[in-house]
Design a protein around this ligand. Structure first.
Ligand code: SF4
Length: 458
């Protein structure tokens, strides 16, 4: 069967989760294609022309989407178009479909919702479709047929990730995709694990974990050799400059990390970045990463208010451990990016200042600062909806939660939240010594000015 994946998003980014599904389907003899759509605010005539072209060339039997809450409006619109123009069956998976399946299946043009890991459910679906068998009892799927929705239980997690094929990068012109980064910045995205053992309240992980019968196996790593084999294949096939591990946390299994850091530099020279929880970044861990070629570490802070971070976000780490991890990384010559959120529920002005102050202290190379968005199906998102803090009108008009808060915040104005975002982003100037240089420049100019006035005209 021909399966077309359509991926609308605000920028070009290889959707590795769709690559994983595509590779799995191809292993069993199916054909796949990917249509990436870069959407700024609304879908336009060019997008519709691209969709028509993809359908006419590829002639799909099924169209699939992976949905985030923030892209779901576009998916609905695309699904309507595909249904009315081509009457194609449409399946939607991903975070949003898994967390709020009732919202996805309610939409007329969406026929099937996939919850959780999609490899086996999707394979079973297309096999049944091909054999013209009943699809309504396929595990993981909610299937709408003759106005009725069939909800099926979720199969266990795939425990051995090495059994899966490497993500398919042939579903698009991957070299061209890499070249978009520009020479020196051609970065290959990889994933070495699935799952996360933590339960942060704003994240989908906690809820998704609960869906599985074998949830104690939620965090899984591929073997080091399997990851290295994938990198070798990529290096033989493509030209690129660096690697990026898009795992939630790469430092959770010390033994895995040790083996990786031991083997990787013997075979490859590509610098890489990865994400980690600050409290897992001991000096030993960071030294290993540095020696293996890690040149950038992405560390989640989220809030500089220790109490709020613990009680509202359920992130149990101290500011001290955060400061230490950033300092150690810098001492070893690893660049750092901090990840932060402002406009959180229960956040006040003092908490905002604490976030800015913590970032100022650690001086990251980049302080990524998002405005809190209440994702449905997460503990904190549901709390916001239950308390009527979400401004529904603003939620549908705000194109990207990066720029405005969708909450009617009880303690903070929208302006304060936006201001905190920009101020916090500026703290990165300190990490690069730019803030110091800017302040020093201002002081020198001021002194020069005073001296000139004191000395009078020459
Ligand atoms: S550590 Fe990151 S991925 Fe894990 S639950 Fe928290 S936010 Fe989610």
């Amino acid at each position: 069967m021909n399966i077309l994946f359509i991926y609308p998003g605000p920028d070009i980014s290889y959707p590795i989760q769709l690559g994983a599904l595509s590779a799995f389907l191809k292993r069993y003899g199916h054909q796949t294609a990917l249509l990436e759509l870069v959407v700024q605010r609304r879908l336009n005539a060019t997008h519709w022309a691209d969709v028509r072209k993809a359908i006419e060339i590829f002639r799909p039997h099924l169209v699939g989407f992976t949905a985030y809450e923030t892209s779901f409006d576009w998916i609905r619109e695309l699904a309507d178009y595909l249904k009315t123009q081509y009457n194609l069956p449409i399946i939607v998976g991903g975070y949003h479909a898994t967390l709020v399946p009732q919202e996805a299946i309610r939409h007329n043009s969406i026929d099937i919702v996939c919850r959780g890991e999609g490899e086996y459910p999707l394979l079973e679906l297309v096999t049944r479709m091909e054999r013209e068998e009943d699809t309504t009892s396929t595990p993981n799927l909610w299937v709408k047929k003759d106005g009725q929705v069939y909800q099926n239980p979720i199969r266990p997690l795939i425990e051995d990730l090495d059994e899966l094929p490497f993500p398919d990068r042939e579903m698009l012109d991957y070299q061209r995709h890499l070249e978009m980064g520009g020479e020196g910045d051609r970065n290959v995205k990889l994933i070495a694990s699935r799952g996360c053992p933590y339960d942060c309240t704003y994240c989908s992980n906690y809820y998704i974990k609960q869906l599985y019968p074998n949830k104690h196996k939620y965090l899984r790593m591929r073997s080091v050799d399997n990851v290295l084999q994938e990198i070798e294949g990529l290096a033989n096939r493509y030209t690129f400059d660096s690697l990026g591990f898009h795992d939630d946390n790469l430092t959770l299994f010390p033994r895995w990390l040790e083996e990786f850091c031991e083997k990787y530099p013997h075979r490859f020279r590509f610098p890489f970045y990865c994400a980690a929880r600050p409290e897992t970044c001991s000096a030993k861990t960071l030294r290993m990463l540095k020696n293996a070629g890690c040149n950038l570490l992405l560390l989640g802070i989220e809030s500089g208010d220790e109490q709020l971070r613990r009680s509202v976000l359920n992130r149990r780490m101290t500011n001290q451990s955060i400061i230490k991890s950033f300092q150690t990384a810098r001492r070893l010559g690893i660049q750092t990016w901090s990840f932060n959120m402002v406009g959180l529920p229960y956040e006040g002005r003092l908490s905002l200042l604490r976030t800015i102050w913590l970032n100022f202290q650690i001086g990251p190379d980049f302080a990524m600062t998002s405005i809190f968005y209440p994702f449905k199906g997460t503990a904190l998102g549901d709390l916001c909806y239950a308390n009527n803090w979400v401004n529904l009108q603003r939620r549908s008009s705000v194109g990207s939660y990066a720029w405005d808060s969708v909450l009617n915040h009880p303690h903070l104005s929208r302006l304060e939240i936006r201001l905190a975002k920009y101020l916090n982003t500026l703290t990165a100037l300190r990490g690069r010594g730019l803030l110091f240089k800017a302040i020093r420049g201002r002081i020198v100019n001021w002194l020069r000015h005073r001296m000139c006035r004191w000395a009078g005209p020459a």
